[in-house]
Design a protein around this ligand. Sequence first.
Ligand SMILES: [Zn+2]
Length: 260
Amino acid sequence: MFKALGAISSLLAAHNLSRQAGARSLYSMKFTETARSLLHLFFPHCCVGCGTDVLSNQQILCLPCISQLPVTNFHLYADNPVQQRFRGRLPLIDATSYVYFTKDSMLQEIMHQFKYNNRKNIGTWFGRRIGEALQTSSRFTMPDALIPVPLFDARKRKRGYNQAELLCTGIAEVLELPVWKDVITRTTLTESQTRKNRIQRWQNMEGKFAVMQPATIRGKHLLLVDDVVTTGATLEACGRALLAVGEVKLSIATMAFAIR
Ligand SMILES: [Zn+2]
């Protein structure tokens, strides 16, 4: 078995070289996805970016992959693209995302491993990076508590974890803030969001979040945390429910920002 996995590892390395050279067929993409999933299944300590197995237990990415992460540095400046995405939709104190997300990139593979392959340490690792970024930012206002965007119960049961909660765990480790997992809940599974425009999406999400502990959040500055901002519809609906309690200040932090 180890020989076979060694072969997979070599093939992935060869594939990465051919990708750098610009040669990438659909066949090789599909093959690589399968090979990489197998590799991560047997060797959860392999780099989630390139498959190399030189990592310590605490790491999820090798140094070359870390150096290639498309870091946004949004935490350093006001009116950044995340804030712009919510302008006129949700009043925010601050907003940031740690990395850019594009399709067919290292981030897509990382997100896939995070969502579907039980790689929970991706969440805590990126959470710590977000925490460190916020800690060094002179303009980011420190919140009182972190709130992970809740998943639908059925989805959480199926996956076994909520990615946003894992990100919060990492952020909380660095910033020493409480994580409030139970103040807001998500009630019904909505139909597929993909074929709707933004307004329809928002209407579809509206009323699907319910604040369970309004007294806990009143008068507080909350940092709402999620894995990725795409249209922002989910964060908007969740944020509106929190703000509706009254006397609540809101900021947003996500692991990734999808470029449209
Ligand atoms: Zn790597």
